[in-house]
Design a protein around this ligand. Structure first.
Ligand code: ZN
Length: 199
């Protein structure tokens, strides 16, 4: 089932935040599936920003988690400049403080946890619907092959291993045909919203 919180639920989440002291759980709003119009992704991003300080990780409109809490987008998906010139960029780079916690964006099964060549220390998680999510350049890997993870589970720490010029997470999503797709769209966000959430 697709997790699309209703407008009413968003209002509730925001009031709860406004009241303070109330923890808005990461599942807030998921149960409410009514017939009201779906909120815009901008509205959802606002809620994500509001509640992110109170939860262990940050849920997106698609019910996934943004894999890092405070970051700058240092290279977008499809980037064809700098280190990515001539080959294009298969993921999005999120740069935060060295050692920042990296959370699984989705539930799934760890199918790789170790050396990934140019990806450095790499975790790959396969989702139930066959997508593979890659977390590259980690300084530390905190899961092992075969582990089941939930969205928001801590899986590693940000680093600069492999082909990397500074601490960042390379976050990549491949579809069931092993083709890279836009990881930001996969999270249910726009580039701008992702940038705002990272602040
Ligand atoms: Zn990258």
């Amino acid at each position: 089932m697709k997790h699309t919180p209703s407008r009413a639920t968003i209002g509730t989440a925001l009031s709860a935040v406004a009241l303070g002291g109330l923890i808005v759980g990461s599942t807030a709003g998921v149960a409410a599936a009514d017939n009201t119009a779906a909120p815009s992704s901008a509205e959802l991003a606002a809620v994500v920003t509001e509640i992110s300080g109170q939860t262990a990780s940050t849920e997106t409109a698609n019910g996934m988690e943004i894999p890092m809490k405070a970051f700058e987008v240092s290279a977008p998906y499809g980037d064809n400049t700098g280190a990515h010139a001539g080959r294009g960029h298969d993921g999005v780079d999120l740069a935060g403080p060295m050692g920042a916690k990296i959370y699984s964006a989705t539930p799934g099964k760890v199918i790789h946890a170790g050396d990934g060549g140019g990806y450095g220390n790499l975790v790959k998680v396969r989702t139930d619907d066959g997508h593979v999510i890659l977390y590259g350049h980690l300084s530390k890997i905190l899961v092992k092959k075969g582990d089941k993870v939930a969205a928001g589970d801590l899986i590693g720490k940000e680093g600069s291993t492999g082909h990397s010029t500074g601490p960042h997470l390379h976050f990549e999503v491949r579809n069931a045909k092993d083709k890279p797709i836009d990881p930001v769209k996969y999270l249910g966000l726009t580039q701008k919203e992702l940038a705002e959430v990272g602040r």
